[in-house]
Design a binder for this molecule. Sequence first.
Ligand code: FES
Length: 622
Amino acid sequence: MAHTIIFQPDGARAQCADGDTLLTVSGGAGIELETPCGGAGNCGKCLVRVENQAMSAITEPERESLSTEEIAMGFRLACQCRAHGDMTVFIPETSRQSRQIIVSDGRAVSGRLKPGLACLILKLDKPSLNDPRDDWQRLSEALAARDFYNIKIDYTALRQLPGALRAGAWTISVVLWQAREIIAVFPGEKEKIYGAAIDIGTTTLAGFLGDLTAGEIVAQAAAANSQVRFGDDVISRVSHCMMEDDGLERLNRAIIGDVNQLLERMRAKAGVDKGDVLDMTVVFNTVMHHIFLGIRPDWLGRAPFTAAVRGPLNIKARDVGLALATGAYLHCLPIEAGFVGADNVAVLLTQRAAIDDEQTTLVIDIGTNGEINLIGNGRVLAASCATGPAFEGAQIKHGMRAAPGAIEHLTIDPEQFAVTLATIGRENGVKARGICGSGIIDAVAELRKVGLLLADGRFNKEIDCPRLRLDEKGKYEFVLVWATESATGHDIALTQKDIRAIQLAKAALYAGARLLLRRMKRETIDRVILAGAFGSYIRVESALAIGLFPDCPVEQVEVVGNAAGVGARIALFDVDMRREAARLAAMAEFVETATDPDFQNAFASAMYFPPWPEAGAARGIL
Ligand code: FES
């Protein structure tokens, strides 16, 4: 005998044989339920509510999983409950399986679509003299009929409610945040809702606008952090807050303005209204986190580097001045400790599969601050390394950010010392104006390779090379581009001081990695992940040649781009990943490098460049 099962709120219908489980029938109707225990009846995830009695009796596993109240209300486990007649079955949002999606960043990253928002379309009864319930009561009761109880409503959404109900002829779309609060209402049937994921770096911002219904990015944009005018690095930003009366307000206004502009640009690109952007995740380092939220960062700058708050935060976006829908929440991913921020947690989200691996993976995120994680064997060790801004082209005589005119790669001919350049914008005839981080790393590696740079970082003046000369202060420098070839009409050179800045930066990363290895009681690294926008452009061979990190087979070094931005997007599309981020932040063991004697020793020896296999071998130079 066949039975008809109607699944609500979808309204999907399915026919089934007598005795089929509701799990089987729902699958046949295209509704996938959460089933971590595979239908054994012990995970309790396939919860549904049934409306009549044409079904099998409560099983033992259901007695274990469900409370007496739930049983009285008609809740059953879909894997246990068998149909013995026509039935109506309500499926709560929490029981539905989330969809797999691709969060793309040039390279594909797999994620799930399980946003923190649900957009419910409800048809309410029109009020009459016989039915004088108020609008909110009418809506609350319609929600309860869909198994949403004790729901709050944001004040701004409440103000919109009467108008929306009438404009939609009593059909209304309500946006429910984490099955707890209505944050927006729209007349009629709303098809799309959006969210934003923002990665706030000390120097740059990256933003992504996501369609939360389809699980895809519809626009992305990048911008400079305008706080740069108050200082290049986080320490100078903290000092500005401490020294100036309105320092924090000015920095806060700058970053909120930047994020709002970024949001506006993305919305304009995708044709999305401000009121339709209803969720946002944001990742940043700890100092940016505090300043963004208007929290004094003073105590982050001195031992014991205590943050005001480390856990994840859900804050009304309007409270921090963000131009999203008026009721929208902002989710800040948790920070780990001191200078290891939510951006690092976001990077860990993208690498979470490697944590339980027996192999040891070193994850390096090079920004203005270098953050490193050693993961594997069920552990996460994290450290922050004061690399300074040299890798971003700052504090380098002819350094510049990666922009048109920046030398991003180069090689040096070992015989004639001719320099072959790859400059950003060369395809449009742009000439070199300066050198950015990846170019600097190439330059140092190539100078080592041709024997012009000694292992201790000094130029090798024994070699007769026309490009190696004394500057006006009597210090050696290597001319990369002659004035006649440059866009500025001046020579572009790499100075002895520049080489020192690179040595300090790379020694900080290398020594940090060595310290983490020691703490994990490991000798070697099996895999290296280079994250960060800058990491994307580094030539891996050059990074190994200058000793940016401990030895690792070149084919085991992977460049993953802006992983913090990917992590922010994963958390935007999958609300469970916000909990996972909190778990990762809590399990990460923060290792303080600055005061550790092991670090100091490793740092001193890491100032040297590793022997280059070909390093001027012909010239007998190490
Ligand atoms: Fe686990 Fe039903 S699938 S209890």
